[in-house]
Design a protein around this ligand. Structure first.
Ligand code: NAP
Length: 332
């Protein structure tokens, strides 16, 4: 077995991401000690029951004290306050990172509170589900998923390599880019799809000519695939929208233009245009599968239990994924 990478890791925030990290850190023995911090006593108690760490506190500063690696896994809008709180406890040489879904804003919030001698390396694992809280996590969440770092100028290469090694041992593939590029990329691959899902589900919910019971009854026609994204945590997604505002607005403008063009093609019966677009988008789906970011199963492998495709899907998934967490992972 390989050696632990860090003596003490502090997990500040123990929801879906923090608890998934706790589980993989334990399984792979990546540290000698895990300190868990959560804002509320309720979440902390649950983390304790799930045995996610070695000690537990609602005081993030206490958890961070003496840690070699501090991972902040809280909603994007809370990162600045957390950095300010833990600042006095950060030891010289420690690595401070986060997992937030928007990077420029997190950097602007956290960087002013990072003491000299502490390596602040912003990060974002592109892995998640629509579930939240410590029960939702599972050790395989990061398997074969990208973790993007947006290192600041002057970042110590040795600290970056050490953090990369940590994420590789969590199962991730590593990429680095600048924060603005990250935010623009994630706006299209993650934030816009969620916003569209929230919007379409909201529109259906507001309809008067089609009843709510009909929307639910006939949801397997396509609607239900949007409801999964639209069930994602409201706090997290409120913060993503508020903290990646410019990139999201730019992508929404592009999207609206393209939607207007599609609308026009439908109005004028431009079948060729519709066919060409739908052919192009089908090829995108093939590329997603070829890159290993989804499985090639009809209807995302969602079939009646016992159907051969489900059996195949279950063989593909790591057997130990808890039922509660066995949602299809996606990027956030
Ligand atoms: P989560 O399951 O809702 O857990 C959030 C954690 O943050 C909990 O420990 C919670 O504590 C704590 N918290 C909430 N509000 C806080 C505040 N104002 N101050 C301090 N702590 C607070 O969230 P998550 O899904 O793990 O997401 C955490 C981060 O990961 C977010 O920044 C998100 O953008 C990013 N991320 C999420 C996904 C995803 O798919 N979910 C994927 C990649 C990255 P209490 O429960 O005690 O209040």
């Amino acid at each position: 077995m390989s050696k632990p990478i860090f003596e003490k890791i502090a997990l500040v925030g123990i929801g879906l991401i923090g608890s998934s990290l706790a589980r993989i850190i334990c399984r792979e023995v990546l540290t000698g000690h895990i300190a868990v911090a959560s804002r509320t006593a309720e979440t902390l108690q649950r983390a304790k029951e799930l045995k996610l760490g070695d000690d537990y506190t609602t005081d993030a500063r206490e958890a961070a004290r003496g840690a070699d690696l501090i991972i902040v896994s809280v909603p994007v809008g809370a990162c600045g306050a957390v950095a300010e709180e833990i600042q006095p406890a950060l030891k010289n040489g420690a690595i401070l990172t986060d997992v937030g879904s928007a990077k420029a804003s997190v950097i602007a919030q956290m960087q002013p509170h990072v003491p000299d001698g502490v390596h602040f390396i912003p990060g974002h694992p592109l892995a998640g589900t629509e579930k939240s809280g410590p029960d939702a996590g599972f050790a395989e969440l990061f398997e074969n998923r990208w973790c993007i770092f947006t290192p600041l100028p002057g970042t110590d290469p040795a600290a970056l390599e050490k953090l990369s090694e940590f994420w590789r041992r969590c199962g991730s593939k590593i990429d680095t880019m600048d924060p603005q590029h990250h935010d623009m990329t994630l706006a299209i691959v993650s934030h816009l799809p969620h916003i569209i899902a929230y919007n379409i589900v909201g529109t259906a919910d507001d309809l008067e000519s089609v009843t709510k019971s009909e929307v639910i009854k006939y949801s397997a026609s396509g609607f239900r695939d949007f409801t999964r994204l639209a069930a994602s945590d409201p706090t997290m997604w409120r913060d993503v929208c508020l903290h990646n505002k410019d990139a999201i607005l730019e992508m929404l403008a592009r999207f609206s233009e393209d939607l207007a063009s599609l609308q026009r093609a439908i109005r004028w019966g431009d079948g060729e245009k519709l066919f060409d677009l739908f052919t192009r988008t089908r090829a995108v789906r093939c590329s997603v599968i070829e890159s290993g970011q989804d499985v090639d199963l009809a209807n995302f492998g969602r079939q009646a239990v016992g159907h051969p495709q489900v059996v195949q899907e279950q063989q593909y998934q790591v057997a130990s994924v808890p039922i509660a967490a066995a949602a299809t992972p996606y990027v956030s």
